[in-house]
Design a protein around this ligand. Sequence first.
Ligand SMILES: [Zn+2]
Length: 280
Amino acid sequence: MQLDDQRASGNVEDRRGMRMVGGGLGVGGVVIAVIAYFLGFDPGTVLNVAEQVTSQRETREAPKGAPADQMGQFVSKILGSTEDVWGKIFQRSNSRYRPPTLVLYDGLVRSACGMGQSAMGPFYCHGDEKLYIDLAFFRDLRTRFRAPGDFAQAYVIAHEVGHHVQNLTGTLQKMEVARGRVSQAENNRASVRMELQADCYAGVWGHHAGTMNQLDSGDIAEALNAATAIGDDRLQKQTQGRVVPESFTHGSSEQRVRWFKRGMDSGRPKDCDTFSTSSL
Ligand SMILES: [Zn+2]
């Protein structure tokens, strides 16, 4: 990517290296299960850890603004780029884009949706309008998922920003209302639609990053490779040796690639309507 001319967003909270104090059991873990994850992570596993640490708190106030280190600068510039792109898109429809905050953390983090942990992968919490990323995930992306490249990392951030856009447009709330009233299979299908739309929104951002000359040749291939690597079918095959489509929550590799590409090609959020299409 070419980010020399991109301003770094100041909407970054750097909680890296912050120690947690306190202890005891709480109920925050329940909320965690409903956060939209980037990966098809099993919420049950999260719950256990989350309940143990939910009443812990950070020892000091986190510094705000773009961090000075290289990775901190990179994520702040990607966030800045998403702010510029979505700001213009919202303006065109006469509304205002309220940017999210990006929280960098190590290991464990407190959010309005409960405790988060690295193993969950990056996540967005609508309760505080923040996206949470442990930068160790980028290393996993490169090594464990074999998806290297700066644009692969940017896609991860843009996907979480996509969930924030769903929050601003009311899509996330509609889904929360439906949850609990329908079967698990139905919930999973709705989740796939949400996730594929977030992938498409990441593509919409990528389209405009391209028009701002922020992309190198090979960047799009990096994102498509990442989308392939984190498809539910690919992850299930790796972790449990078989593929169970009914339990998909994020979509297959092919679907994730296709919806990212659709946003990338068109640059228009209205082409990301994963809810009314019959062919996902
Ligand atoms: Zn997601």
